[in-house]
Design a protein around this ligand. Structure first.
Ligand code: ZN
Length: 402
C-alpha cells in the first residue's frame, strides 16, 4: 500500500511537471537480431503476453541484405534499399569508395537528400511535434540539416537508463516527444559471438524481457501506459555459421584486379579495368564448384531484393547461402544478411500494443516498409518528398480506426 501511494504521488508530481504532447504517442523499440522464432523458446513471457494481448504478425518480411543498417533505414524511411541508398552495413559510394568507417557513415545515410526518416518528417510536420532517438542506427545524423529535439548523442549504454531518458523526453516541459525510437543491440552481439542457439543468447533474451518489463512498469508509474502506442520490432534473425563453412574469395583473385566492399554474407566486387572476364569467370567457377555462394553480375541481381537500381551497386555481388559465410565472419558463430526468402529464420518480429491498436489481433506477415505509412497515418504526418515503397493496405488492419 505504501509503495502504491508513493508511485501515485510521484506520477502525479511528474504528470503535473511534465507536459504531454497533444499528438498521439508512438514509441518504436528495436531489438537488434531478434528472430521471430526466438519467441518460441519460452524465455520472454512479458513480450509473449504483449503479443497475445496486442496486435502482431508471425514475422515481418525484411529487406535484403538482412542486416541492420538497410533494414532500420527501410523501416524509418518506408523505402527500398536501392531508393534510400543503404544497400549494406557497408557499401560503395558512386566513386567506389567503400563506406564503412565511422567518418563515412554520415555519407552512407545521405545518398539522396530527399530521403528523410520518420523522426525528421515528424518534426517537419510542425504543430509542436518533437522526436527522440536513442541509438537507433542512422539517427545520429541530421537530415535536411534539421537537428531533432532529443537525440542521445552520448550513447547511453545501460538499458534502464535508456528507458528513463525516453520517458523524460515524453514528459519534457519544453518539447514533449510524440515519437521516439529506442534501440537495444546486445542480443545481436551475443548471437554473432556465441551463435543463435547458445546459452548466452538465451540469457540475453531473458534480459531483454526484463528490460521490456521495466519499460512497461515505468510507463504505468508515469501514467503513460494507456497513452503509449508501443511497437516492438527487429531487423533480422540469426543463423549458425560453422567455421568450416567460411569462404575466402581473396585466395582466388589477384590483389590488383578488384576492390571489395561488404561483410559476410554479402560482398560487392568492383572489377578493375581489363580484368572483367578473369575475375567474373574465376568467381563463377568457384561458386559452381562449391555451391555455397552465388555470384551475380549487377544486371543479374534479383529484382525482388531492390538493391540493383542504384549507382552504389558495383559490378558483382557475392551472397553466401544460409549457414555459410565469407572469411571475415571468422570470429562469429552466428551471422545474418542472407536472402530473406532463403531461410525463414532471418525474419524479424513485430508486436504492437497501445490505445490505437486492436487487442488480440494477428495479421498476415507484411513488409517492414509498411511501418512508415502506419506511423505517418497515426501521427497525421506530411507527405514525404519521395512516395514510400510501403503501403498501409495490409498493416492498417491492426488499427482500431484504420
Ligand atoms: Zn548483426
Amino acid at each position: 500500500m505504501i509503495a502504491t501511494a508513493f508511485f501515485v504521488s510521484v506520477s502525479l508530481l511528474l504528470g503535473a511537471a511534465g507536459a504531454i504532447s497533444k499528438h498521439p504517442l508512438v514509441l518504436l523499440v528495436a531489438i537488434d537480431g531478434f528472430g521471430f522464432d526466438y519467441l518460441d523458446r519460452g524465455l520472454t513471457p512479458v513480450i509473449q503476453r504483449l503479443k497475445e494481448n496486442g496486435s502482431s504478425a508471425r514475422y515481418m518480411y525484411n529487406a535484403f541484405p538482412t542486416v541492420t543498417a538497410p533494414n532500420f533505414f527501410t523501416i524509418s524511411t518506408g523505402l527500398h534499399p536501392e531508393v534510400h541508398g543503404v544497400i549494406g552495413n557497408r557499401a560503395f559510394n558512386e566513386n567506389h569508395v567503400c563506406l564503412w568507417q565511422n567518418e563515412d557513415m554520415d555519407q552512407l545515410f545521405h545518398y539522396d537528400d530527399r530521403v528523410i526518416p520518420l523522426w525528421t518528417l515528424n518534426e517537419l510536420s510542425g504543430e509542436d511535434r518533437y522526436s527522440a532517438t536513442l541509438g537507433w542506427p542512422s539517427s545520429e545524423y541530421d537530415y535536411r540539416n534539421h537537428p531533432i529535439a532529443h537525440n542521445d548523442l552520448n550513447r547511453i549504454e545501460n538499458s534502464s537508463e535508456k528507458i528513463d531518458q525516453t520517458i523524460r523526453w515524453f514528459l519534457d516541459d519544453d518539447k514533449p516527444t510524440n515519437l521516439a525510437f529506442l534501440y537495444f543491440g546486445q542480443l545481436d552481439a551475443m548471437g554473432h559471438k556465441y551463435g543463435p542457439n547458445s546459452a548466452e543468447v538465451n540469457s540475453t533474451l531473458q534480459e531483454v524481457d526484463v528490460t521490456i518489463n521495466y519499460l512497461l512498469t515505468e510507463l504505468v508509474k508515469y501514467n503513460l501506459r494507456d497513452k503509449m502506442n508501443i511497437i516492438i520490432l527487429s531487423d533480422h534473425g540469426m543463423l549458425e555459421v560453422p567455421k568450416e563453412n567460411l569462404i575466402d574469395f581473396r585466395d582466388w583473385l589477384k590483389n590488383d584486379s578488384y576492390k571489395a566492399c561488404g561483410e559476410s554474407p554479402y560482398w560487392q566486387i568492383k572489377i578493375e579495368p581489363g580484368h572483367e572476364q578473369e575475375v567474373y569467370n574465376k568467381l563463377k567457377d568457384e561458386a559452381n564448384k562449391l555451391g555455397t555462394f552465388a555470384v551475380y553480375r549487377k544486371e543479374e541481381i534479383p529484382e525482388r531484393w531492390h538493391v540493383k537500381h542504384t549507382k552504389r551497386q558495383a559490378d558483382l555481388l557475392l551472397v553466401a547461402k544460409p549457414n555459410y559465410g565469407f572469411y571475415d565472419a571468422v570470429q562469429f558463430e552466428g551471422d545474418h544478411g542472407y536472402d530473406p526468402d532463403a531461410d525463414i529464420r532471418v525474419r524479424p518480429l513485430f508486436i504492437a500494443s497501445g490505445p490505437a491498436f486492436k487487442e488480440k489481433c494477428v495479421i498476415e506477415p507484411f513488409n517492414n516498409l509498411d511501418i512508415f505509412p502506419l506511423v505517418s497515418k497515426m501521427l497525421h504526418l506530411k507527405e514525404p518528398l519521395i512516395k514510400p515503397n510501403g503501403t498501409i493496405t495490409f498493416i492498417k488492419d491492426i488499427l482500431k480506426n484504420p
